[in-house]
Design a protein around this ligand. Structure first.
Ligand SMILES: Cc1cc2nc3c(=O)[nH]c(=O)nc-3n(C[C@H](O)[C@H](O)[C@H](O)COP(=O)(O)OP(=O)(O)OC[C@H]3O[C@@H](n4cnc5c(N)ncnc54)[C@H](O)[C@@H]3O)c2cc1C
Length: 500
């Protein structure tokens, strides 16, 4: 099929936390006549038409690989979405600012809280970030707080970004009432009002000097056809901004022949465990916002975070370290389950990377370090303590050598849950917060872009997503991705010689 050609001034690739933000920030240029396209591999979801609220159906529609992409060693599962709005469709909407301590470690000139705070304020306002009132918190979340309080641990309520939330609890399957304020809901419609053209079902295969090679793919059944017929396209552009996420932005550059010692490398995440405690009584867990509290009690020394969480039976079952009768027994008691997410803080290591595999599929090489394994084991012990303090009778504790640990064993958790029994590959570790791969910095030997997202040595090309992070954010990252993408949009405007 012959390649069609389209002409733009600016092309943005990917429409998630990063791409959606850049589109909105550059939209005033479109209002003044610049041709700007936002290209997105996935489709445009309409809450009223496309949200069945069925777990498998929505996982298949929204996520790459149903949210179950595995690393090469198969001991880590990666979840990220493909849709207009990217992973902000399926995120839980907890909205935190990256700390100055983490920015100090990153050592990116000019990247400080002083620079980011006004940007944070802007997106907190746009996304309606607020604390949920007490009456909207469900038992699962309140038990997390109660457990922390009884143990004397630090506990903080998450600011969340919902508006008119009716408590369906299906945030990670996309919101069926459009209450969660992601880029598909807020920034992208704003950009479109000013004339930014959104092109769904458009997979970018390569970027070259001043052009993008893309394929328009047929939409999934039930989705609208776009205005362009499926097939190969070349989009000409003066400026190209890659925001395809931490897996695909480095891959697009690799596939396009870009070489840099850091490209695709220093990929990092917060390796996570989903854990459950079984209470004697039923609790509210599926309804209400899934995630209301977190604890940084163990962040500084043991390098892990604890968060309240809620996952539906399919995701929960695949994340527990067991199967057969044990799993059956527990899942049948789903209404009695309290859930905790342990997030380890991993180092950004050069050997952790994404590269093209056979058949054009990404391959992720990621080694769980001894230090991260230790943090996860300590996180299992701390979660078990928290569950018991909140009143649970049994807990699922990977590394215990058996599926459940009961309340009378609580005093012996340190000897029951051990690193020896925490077997990588047999325990399901998840990674929702993917970062790095096109890290920013000043040295082209260890970074892909400059501190403003400009790809070293290529004045027309920028990156504006989580792949810019030089190391882990140590918190839920979307708001920081938006603030950093906002800086990239500023750089694009300055390079074009326009102020706003
Ligand atoms: C289940 C889940 C829950 C989460 N909860 C939270 C939370 O509560 N708080 C928080 O701060 N963070 C949360 N996150 C993380 C947050 O959503 C991500 O960190 C953030 O969305 C990443 O932004 P991004 O722009 O880098 O990538 P994405 O938002 O993933 O967007 C990338 C986009 O690029 C598109 N794309 C990829 N390749 C191409 C290509 N070749 N051509 C065209 N388009 C392409 C993708 O389809 C996608 O739409 C969660 C993530 C998940 C998966």
């Amino acid at each position: 099929m012959s390649q069609r050609q389209l002409e733009y001034d600016i092309v943005i690739v990917g429409s998630g936390a990063g791409g959606g933000t850049v589109a909105k920030e550059l939209a005033p240029l479109a209002a003044r006549g610049a041709r700007i396209a936002l290209l997105e591999w996935g489709g445009r979801f309409d809450p009223t038409r496309h949200h069945s609220r069925l777990e498998l159906d929505m996982a298949q529609k929204y996520y790459f690989d149903w949210g179950g992409m595995q690393t090469k060693s198969k001991d880590l599962t990666l979840a990220f979405a493909r849709a207009v709005g990217g992973s902000t469709n399926v995120y839980t909407g907890t909205s935190l600012r990256i700390s100055q301590e983490v920015l100090d470690q990153w050592q990116i000139p000019g990247l400080t809280r002083q620079d980011l705070d006004p940007r944070f304020q802007k997106y907190e306002r746009e996304n309606n970030v607020h604390l949920s009132p007490e009456q909207e918190l469900n038992d699962n979340n309140k038990l997390f707080r109660l457990g922390c309080e009884r143990l004397g641990w630090e506990v903080t309520q998450f600011p969340v970004n919902t508006k008119n939330c009716v408590g369906l609890g299906t945030c990670n399957l996309g919101c069926a009432v459009g209450a969660k304020q992601g880029t598909a809901r807020v920034q992208i419609p704003e950009a479109e009002k000013s004339g930014v053209e959104v092109i769904p079902w458009c997979r970018v295969d390569k970027v070259t000097t001043h052009s993008v090679e893309a394929t328009i793919i047929p939409p999934l059944p039930g989705f609208d056809k776009g205005q362009y017929v499926p097939g190969p396209y070349r989009m000409m552009a003066k400026k190209i901004i890659l925001a395809a996420g931490a897996i695909h932005s480095p891959l697009v550059l690799e596939r396009s022949g870009f070489t840099s010692p850091a490209l695709g490398r220093y990929l990092t995440c917060h390796p996570a465990l989903i854990l459950v405690g079984q209470h004697p009584q039923s609790i509210t867990n599926v309804t209400g916002h899934p995630k209301s509290f977190y604890s940084e009690q163990f962040l500084a020394k043991q390098r892990f975070l604890l968060e309240s969480c809620m996952y539906f039976p399919f995701t929960l079952a695949k994340n527990l370290a067991g199967y057969g009768a044990d799993l059956d027994w527990l899942i049948k008691r789903f209404p009695q389950l309290q859930m905790i997410l342990v997030l380890a803080i991993d180092e950004a290591e050069k050997h952790n990377r994404v590269l093209w595999g056979r058949g054009g599929k990404p391959v992720v090489e990621y080694r769980i370090s001894q230090q991260t394994k230790r943090a996860l084991v300590q996180g299992v012990r701390a979660s078990a303590q928290l569950f018991f303090a909140a009143g649970a009778e049994r807990v699922h504790a990977p590394g215990a050598g058996r599926f459940l640990v009961s309340r009378n064993e609580a005093p012996r958790l340190d000897s029951i849950v051990t690193e020896d029994q925490f077997l990588l590959g047999q325990i399901s570790i998840a990674a929702a917060h993917l970062m790095g791969g096109c890290r920013m910095g000043t040295d082209p030997k260890t970074s892909v872009t400059d501190p403003w997202g400009r790809v070293h040595g290529h004045r027309h090309l920028y990156v504006a997503d989580a792949s810019l992070f030089p190391a882990a954010a140590e918190i839920n990252p979307y708001l920081s991705i938006m603030a950093i993408a906002d800086r990239v949009a500023q750089a694009v405007r300055e390079d074009l010689g326009v102020n706003s």
